[in-house]
Design a protein around this ligand. Structure first.
Ligand code: CA
Length: 390
């Protein structure tokens, strides 16, 4: 233990000045009940405990929300951000604003979270926007499109690059305000029972791969299936499918694919940095006191940040374990990558040709992507390539 000595005089003056400033801030803030609650409401059991310091805080309404997640609890990295959000919102409002998360299927099926938020069955959801491309293909930009942005580029596009404004115009049609809700980082190409040497090997390949990536694979000759997480392993084991994609080492390891399909391909060009989304019902958001909304937004930003950190910490040791268990890494052959890219661009051009909003988002996004690639390829990726020799 360090014996705490009396602070020197200068230090005491500083502390007094600081306390004086705090009193001043408190008095100023208590006139604005919203700000007062955030700065002083936390940690005190009752607003009346501040009675000697200034007027009591009047408004700390009890607000209880429900959140429908598209993900099972077992995916701790993805589902976990909903728990983080709920915990932080409650802590920052002294337990007055609570959000109860429900995993996939408990309130609504995984692919119907957007609908539940739109209808107000729940106040908010945590899901992947590209699940809803059937409603409007442009929604995929909020999450990931083939040969699109990496996690850092996607976050930059959404938050600073005009992406959120563009996407919110689209989400307004669904009575929803969307926020970034975490990112898995670059995904893997998945598990294959046999090697893929060139584009000819894709012909007739039975692969589980959803979304636009699935559409591209299908145009390249694969027979595409969409199976829920729990159904993939048995299908792969008995050979009903030849290959499956999922996420990356940490999540893939849990589903055990390496036991029945040893070739682990990369990169997952259809999902270079998929961004999950928090979707909030517009009316519910409008009814929130301003300080609760600020708390919600701060907690969502923290949750968004947390997911990528989690993956970046958990994927490396998981990859080591998978290699120790016999997985064999394989890069996709260059002709496969080139054909996949051409097929993806053709598909997106087709979609842009059919819809003015898609065109507008696609063009703005493409310009951002081109600048981003130039910048990242200048220093970041050059360094990354050099680290292979280290
Ligand atoms: Ca995936």
């Amino acid at each position: 233990m360090v014996q705490r000595s009396q602070p020197p005089q200068a230090e005491q003056k500083k502390i007094k000045a600081k306390n004086g400033r705090r009193d001043f801030l408190w008095k100023a803030a208590s006139g604005l009940t919203a700000a007062a609650l955030v700065t002083h409401g936390c940690g005190s059991s009752s607003p009346n405990s501040h009675a000697n310091e200034g007027p009591a805080v009047h408004t700390s309404p009890k607000v209880m929300w429900r959140l429908a997640s598209s993900f099972p609890r077992a995916l701790d990295t993805i589902y976990g951000v909903s728990d983080t959000l709920a915990k932080r919102v409650s802590e920052l409002t002294n337990g007055q604003f609570t959000i109860r998360p429900y995993p996939q299927g408990e309130l609504v099926p995984a692919m119907e979270v957007l609908d539940a938020v739109q209808q107000g069955t729940v106040q908010m959801g945590h899901t992947a926007s590209y699940y809803y491309k059937g409603k409007n293909p442009v929604l995929a930009f909020d999450c990931a499109v083939p040969f699109g942005l990496t996690a850092r580029q996607q976050n930059a596009w959404l938050v600073e690059g005009g992406g959120l404004e563009l996407m919110r115009d689209v989400f307004a049609d669904f009575n929803i305000v969307n926020y970034p809700g975490g990112n898995t980082g670059m995904q893997m190409g998945g598990w294959f029972r046999r090697e893929l040497n060139n584009v000819a090997d894709i012909n007739g390949l039975k692969m589980r791969i959803p979304g636009l990536g699935g559409e591209v694979m299908s145009r390249m000759g694969a027979t595409v299936q969409v199976l829920a997480g729990g159904d993939i392993f048995p299908a792969l084991e008995r050979g009903a499918i030849d290959a499956t994609e999922w996420v990356g080492p940490y999540d893939d390891e849990k589903l055990g694919f390496y036991k029945v399909a040893k070739y682990y391909y990369y990169p997952g060009w259809w999902e270079p940095g998929p961004s999950l989304s928090f979707m909030v019902n517009q009316n519910a958001l409008a009814k929130l006191p301003a300080h609760y909304r600020a708390v919600l937004e701060v907690a969502m930003a923290e949750a968004n940040h947390e997911m990528l950190i989690n993956y970046d910490a958990k994927n490396p040791p998981a990859l080591r374990r998978l290699l120790e268990a016999g997985a064999e890494l394989r890069p996709f052959a260059e002709d496969i990558m080139n054909l996949a890219r051409k097929t993806s661009v053709d598909l997106m051009e087709e979609l842009a040709g059919k819809d003015a909003v898609y065109r507008k988002v696609y063009d703005q996004w493409s310009a951002f992507r081109n600048d981003s690639y130039r910048w990242f390829n200048t220093a970041e990726n050059e360094y990354a390539a050099y680290t292979r020799k280290m």
